[in-house]
Structure formats: structure tokens, C-alpha cells
Design a protein around this ligand. Structure first.
Ligand code: ZN
Ligand code: ZN
Length: 382
């Protein structure tokens, strides 16, 4: 098979910048040293680039999981140019194709099926057929004047954000070169590889609690350096949700940022998947894993029957809980107060609480049942 032609601009750029970063940054450190201020510039710009990609390029523009005020969109457009990950049009178009054809080596631009290197950076270094520019899937984004402006002036923005801004910040701290090396070069290389880890590592290592229809994995460790994008199995299963880590204790700063902005009106219309749908997906996956493994081990039907009964009961209670929750929330909201008497509302509240409690108990029982099988525990998050 003939190899795709090398993209020389990208190859030179993405070879040269890491090489310069591992030589010049330590050299200058030993000969001149960096102050706390230069490191602060590094971390601030690192966060700025990272969040512009995760909250902006990814969750806002590629997936439209919420709406954002023009100020926020403008800041993200600058941050994306700073991250040097192409303009929003290219990024979102590739990413929408990644979701639509995930793991399809001919159509997914960074298909994990092609291996670690390819999905991490290899896909950028050659002009592969799957990476061909085709904006037919981003017509909605082409209507945003901020994005049109970013697309038009991308190169100028890249130079301003990667050289101009770090140099200016360095000048303010009294060390222009230090500012460029930490805030420009080192930050650029690290922020790029961190994002690429989501295409490589998050499609190779981790758990698949919600679906195994694609190679995407939940990897909480990766979430720590990717501003919450490590929960990639959840993301590929429910891509319209503005959250990736759905529990309050899941480390997802992108989610916290989007939510915080919504309190002051900078973001709105935050989309979440319903808990019932999420729980059902998890339950179905667990049920499938257990029954398949169990059937393969040739054990008795008695246990399988018990599992089946628990599974059906839990599914039914989940549905019931969703219905009761819905009616209780409706009854609680003030404008509907007249529709129900005080007594009816109390009844609704109590039956909702009852079902909620029943669900909790059944979930505990289900987990105990599943975890009785030591070979399976690794597959199930608590
Ligand atoms: Zn995505
Ligand atoms: Zn992915």
C-alpha cells in the first residue's frame, strides 16, 4: 500500500518545537534561571489553552452541549490559536467525523484502530485520506462571525498568541526570553501532547462502564491532566452532555467552568443526559459482562436466574423512580401549586422518597451480586 504524502509543514513544526523545548528550555534554565513569575505565566497560559480546547473547541463547538456569550467565544478563539491546534472549523470538522465514524480506519481522522502513534500525532504528519478537509459537517459553525474571523486571521493570531503575548508577559516580569521559552515554547508542546493523549490513551487504557460500541475508555488519571476529558467512554456514549465526569467528585474542571459561567449568564442551555438513561446504560453493560462471562464458565442456571430477576427489578425501579421524580418536581414548582392539594403533594413527595430508597437498596444488592465474582470486579467502577 502506498503511504500517504508527508505534510512537511506539520512534520517540521511538530518535530522542531519539542526538540527546541527539550534543549533550549533547560539550557536557559541552567544559564539564567526562571523566576516564579515565568512559571506562573506558564501555568496560566497552559490552563488558558487547555480550557479553550476542552470547553471551547470540544464541548461548545464540536458538540454544542451548551451556548456561550460572544465574550467567552472570543476568548476561546484566542486560546485555540494559542494552543496551535488549527482553527475551530478544521478541529470541529475532524472531531465530528471522529465521533461519527469512531474506530473506522478509513473515515475516523484519528482512528485508534491505527495504533497509539497514529491516533496521537501520526495522523497530523501525513495527508491521509481520512483527514481530508471537508467542511460539510460544520455549516452551523460557519455562521458564527467570531469563528469566521478566527479562520481568516488564524496565522496572525497564532503568532500573536504564541510569541507576542508570552514576550509581552515576559517583558512585564523583566525577562522576555524566559517568558517566550516557558509561556511560549514549553507550554505549546505540553498543551498539544496533553490534548492528543485523549485521542491515543483514552482510546486504549481504561474502563468501559457505559458502552463497548467504541474503543473509548474512562480514565480518571488522564482526566487530571486533560481538564476532565479522561472520562471518554461516557463522552462517546453521551456526547451531547456538557459534562464528561458526571459525579460531583469526578475531576472535570471544564464542567465546573461551564457551570460557573452559567451563574453569571456567560453560558446557558447546559445539556445533561437524564440519570435514568445513564444508569440504564451502566446496568446493561454490567448485566452483559456478567452473563457472558458466566455463561462461558459453564456454571449453574440458578445464579443466572437470580441475576436476571435482580436486573429486571432494578430496571423497573429505575423507570419508576424517574416517573416519580418527574411528578414530584412538577408538583414542587410554584406555578403548578394550585393543580394539587397540599395532601396530594405530600403523597407525591413520600412516594418519590420511597421509590428512591427502594432504588438505593436494589442498587446495593445488585453491586453485591455482581462483585461476588472476582474476575468481574475489575470491569465495574463503584
Ligand atoms: Zn468529543
Ligand atoms: Zn474519542
Amino acid at each position: 500500500m502506498q503511504k500517504a504524502p508527508i505534510n512537511w509543514t506539520n512534520t517540521i513544526l511538530f518535530t522542531l518545537t519539542p526538540l527546541l523545548a527539550v534543549t533550549l528550555v533547560p539550557y536557559y534554565g541552567f544559564t539564567h534561571g526562571y523566576g516564579l513569575y515565568e512559571w506562573l505565566v506558564f501555568f496560566v497560559l497552559m490552563g488558558f489553552c487547555g480550557m479553550s480546547i476542552t470547553a471551547g473547541y470540544h464541548r461548545l463547538w464540536s458538540h454544542k452541549t451548551y451556548k456561550a456569550h460572544p465574550i467567552i467565544r472570543f476568548v476561546f478563539a484566542l486560546g485555540g490559536a494559542c494552543a496551535l491546534q488549527n482553527d475551530v472549523f478544521h478541529w470541529a470538522s475532524d472531531h465530528r467525523r471522529h465521533h461519527a465514524h469512531v474506530d473506522n480506519n478509513d473515515k475516523d481522522p484519528y482512528s485508534a484502530g491505527m495504533g497509539f502513534w497514529y491516533s496521537h500525532i501520526g495522523w497530523i504528519l501525513r495527508d491521509f485520506e481520512s483527514g481530508k478537509v471537508n467542511f460539510s459537517n460544520i455549516k452551523d459553525l460557519q455562521r458564527d462571525p467570531i469563528l469566521v474571523w478566527q479562520h481568516k486571521h488564524y496565522l496572525a493570531l497564532v503568532l500573536i498568541m504564541n510569541i507576542g503575548v508570552p514576550a509581552f508577559l515576559g517583558y512585564l516580569g523583566g525577562d522576555i526570553i524566559g517568558g517566550i521559552l516557558l509561556g511560549g515554547l514549553l507550554r505549546l508542546v505540553l498543551s498539544q501532547h496533553v490534548t492528543w493523549f485523549i485521542n491515543s490513551i483514552a482510546h486504549i487504557w481504561g474502563r468501559q462502564p457505559y458502552s463497548d460500541a467504541s474503543s473509548a475508555r474512562d480514565n480518571p488519571l488522564l482526566a487530571l491532566i486533560t481538564y476532565g476529558e479522561g472520562y471518554h467512554n461516557y463522552h462517546h456514549t453521551f456526547q451531547w452532555d456538557y459534562r464528561n465526569g458526571i459525579k460531583w467528585w469526578h475531576y472535570d474542571p471544564t464542567k465546573w467552568f461551564i457551570r460557573s459561567c452559567s451563574f453569571v449568564g456567560l453560558t446557558s442551555d447546559l445539556k445533561r443526559c437524564s440519570p435514568v438513561v445513564i444508569e440504564s446504560a451502566r446496568l446493561d453493560m454490567q448485566y452483559r459482562y456478567v452473563t457472558e462471562r458466566y455463561a462461558a464458565s459453564g456454571n449453574s442456571d440458578k445464579w443466572l436466574q437470580r441475576l436476571e430477576t435482580e436486573y429486571q427489578q432494578l430496571k423497573a425501579t429505575l423507570q419508576l423512580w424517574a416517573q416519580h421524580q418527574q411528578s414530584w418536581y412538577e408538583a414542587k414548582s410554584s406555578e403548578l401549586h394550585e393543580k394539587w392539594s397540599h395532601w396530594e403533594r405530600l403523597q407525591m413527595r413520600d412516594s418519590y422518597r420511597e421509590v428512591k430508597y427502594r432504588l438505593k437498596i436494589q442498587k446495593q444488592r445488585w453491586h453485591e451480586l455482581v462483585e461476588n465474582f472476582p474476575t468481574l470486579t475489575a470491569l465495574h467502577p463503584a
